[in-house]
Design a binder for this molecule. Sequence first.
Ligand SMILES: [Zn+2]
Ligand SMILES: [Zn+2]
Length: 165
Amino acid sequence: MGPLAQFGRAPQWHCGGHRFDPGTVHDIRKLSSHKDNPPDCPFSLCKLDIMTPTQIKLANPQTLFVLWDDGHQGSTSLRTLRDNCPCAGCQGETVLLKSYLPVIQPEQPGKYKLVGAEVVGSYAVGMSWGDGHRTGIYTFERLRLLCECAECLAKKSKASSASSA
Ligand SMILES: [Zn+2]
Ligand SMILES: [Zn+2]
């Protein structure tokens, strides 16, 4: 693991935000059952019947490691993650049948550096990037679709060759 000084702090998490530090391993299920949860805490991953990440960390400065509750050990390059940022600014959007293309902006330093990740509600992770971009909310489903582990890549190439045949 490379130098990750910016992630060397103790894990930070609290109700309402459940911040966690991508440089350390967190068991989301443990967070969800911690005793200080207020009654209105939105954090309820355990109740959901969806694929849920149980651990998220940086495998190295370029790669996010995600352990899933089905045991899947996923990894995704930060470049892929950022290039697939789901926010309207990055992907464009369609409003009243009119498509707005994303605004192309010159690449800022830190674009592909993940500086933070935060669980959003009970279904997604918000990513904060080194260039200050923090509007991308990745649903767990999207995160899983972006998985680039050997197993998922093999599945994807199988699927694409089947559809082109
Ligand atoms: Zn995978
Ligand atoms: Zn974005």
